[in-house]
Design a protein around this ligand. Sequence first.
Ligand code: SF4
Length: 139
Amino acid sequence: MKPTVLIYDVGGCEGCPVSILRELPRLMEKAEVYSKHIGNADIDKQYDIVIITGSVCINEKSILDRIQKLRENAKILIAYGSCASVGNITLFSRGGQEPRPEHRTFQPITNVIDADYAIPGCPPAPTSLLTLIDALTTG
Ligand code: SF4
């Protein structure tokens, strides 16, 4: 049976999810894929693998709650991209921005929840994700 994989973006430039979508046909050969871009993402379900892209605004409780739920519902959680892995350019997004001036501090998801794996890159080569999923799901 194919593993279930959820792709979920929490606040990047969308470059990471778009890079994964470019490899979607190959990814769908290996896994049952869920994503808001496909229209079937449901964070209340359990998944074998959850891939999170983007960084987290730690002033926004709803996002903190959401990634906590994603962690609880994932057997394996992957931080995909430099924003999710190490913060990247979003570390410089502090204070005073319009129209959301309450957004002051962005952090990589690896600073907020436990990630099992992190794939840096801006965006990473999506083939690295396919290789990791192969390694995780084949004996
Ligand atoms: S790592 Fe780069 S491509 Fe990915 S969300 Fe961040 S800025 Fe965009």
